[in-house]
Design a protein around this ligand. Structure first.
Ligand code: SF4
Length: 388
């Protein structure tokens, strides 16, 4: 078999900025902070009391590449389900607690890897910081101080009139100081807002105030299309400055979609190794093939490949040969035919009807050459589709 050099770079690919230095914490087995890769989180949508359904969803999220999962705990029945969920989940479980301080303790005792507390709506939260810090310390549980625009402390709402970046940051810094007074440092912070502009400003300000690891999120970002764009825009603005240690994309969509988007954002910024990347042109009046269908079929045919392979699918000879030559594998179409490129060399010309199968066949050969013909973890990340 001819071996194909994939031109793998020796040095890590460039990033836009070095990570902001933070203290390091652990959420179960996952490190969070500047010494660890940026992790991707999501949250289950099943009733936590339905243990089987919740574990099933966690398994799907794990297969999709989720690093840490959060589950809601609004009632005593949910709290009762936590020990088994925390024990059986393949990834660390964070319990999400609002309103009732007793569930913070229940979640810690249940063996959850982390607990998210919302100081804005937990009754007499500040009075209980000492006990919470002690319980978390005793169990090796890390916390997230999760300030949220929609449930900001009433005192700060009154002071600032609304959830401004200053209000979100003041709330977070105050709560952080209370935990630190009790010598508890194993927490990260989030200051979420549904407006990316406010959210970005709040995180920028917070990043200046301390070395806490930061959990990024645009809260209530909306349905998949809008939420993806809002999250990508806001996370991109922060991650490109090195700010952000763990992320959660919030979508009104199945949580697996949140994970795919999160992974894609990190891959786009070289903050995670890129896997399969499809470079396809947007098509135009010069296109001599149906680029949309071709790109879709190639994407579908290669789904699950875990190799860092760049595949160019181009509609005509204007940019086609150039892009196809730059990619590991590519096609430049024209006159009902496709010129197939492997590492910059034309290896054959096939009729249009054979372009997809030829590209898939060649991709498989390259993957085999790398000793990996597909994924043990086929869902993770999904193919990257870049429209040039
Ligand atoms: S490669 Fe050709 S068909 Fe595709 S956008 Fe460029 S000019 Fe148009």
């Amino acid at each position: 078999m001819t071996s194909v050099s994939l031109g793998m770079p020796d040095a890590p690919p460039p990033v836009l900025a070095p990570r902001r230095r933070t203290r390091q914490i652990k959420v179960g087995s996952v490190g969070v902070g500047s010494d660890s890769p940026i992790s991707v989180q999501s949250m289950t949508t099943t009733p936590t009391t339905d243990i089987n359904a919740t574990l099933q969803q966690i398994a799907e999220l794990t297969a999709a590449g989720c690093d840490i999962v959060r589950v809601a705990c609004p009632s005593a029945d949910d709290a009762e389900a936590l020990p088994i969920i925390a024990k059986k989940s393949q990834i660390p479980v964070i319990a999400d607690i609002h309103f009732q301080p007793k569930y913070v303790f229940a979640a810690i005792e249940a063996g959850c890897a982390g607990v998210r507390v919302n100081p804005g709506n937990i009754r007499k939260f500040d009075d209980q910081v000492k006990e919470i810090a002690q319980a978390a310390k005793d169990h090796g549980t890390s916390l997230r101080i999760g300030v949220n625009a929609g449930s900001l402390d009433a005192r700060l709402l009154k002071k600032y009139g609304k959830a401004t970046p200053e209000a979100l940051v003041e709330s977070a810094v105050w709560e952080a100081s209370l935990f630190e007074e009790h010598d508890f440092h194993d927490f990260k912070i989030s200051v979420k807002h549904n407006d990316p502009v406010v959210m970005v400003r709040a995180y920028e300000m917070l990043a200046e105030r301390g070395d806490w690891p930061l959990h990024l999120g645009v809260t209530e970002a909306g349905p998949a299309f809008q939420g993806t764009i809002k999250s990508a825009t806001a996370f991109g603005a922060l991650l490109s400055q090195g700010i952000g240690d763990t992320i959660r994309v919030s979508l009104s969509a199945p949580p697996v979609e949140e994970v795919k988007v999160g992974i894609q954002i990190l891959q786009s910024l070289n903050l995670r190794p890129r896997k399969l990347e499809i470079v396809s042109c947007p098509s135009c009046g010069r296109a001599q093939v149906d680029v949309y269908t071709l790109a879709e079929q190639v994407t579908a045919g290669l789904e699950g490949m875990e190799v860092p392979l760049r595949v160019a699918v181009m509609g005509c000879v204007v940019n086609g040969p150039g892009e196809a030559r730059e990619a590991d594998l590519g096609v430049a179409s024209g006159n009902g035919k496709g010129q197939i490129f492997v590492k910059g060399e034309v290896i054959k010309t096939v009729p249009e009807s054979e372009i997809v199968e030829t590209l898939i066949e060649e991709a498989m050969k390259i993957a085999e050459g790398m000793g990996e013909a597909g994924g043990e973890d086929p869902v993770q990340g999904g193919p990257v589709v870049t429209v040039s």
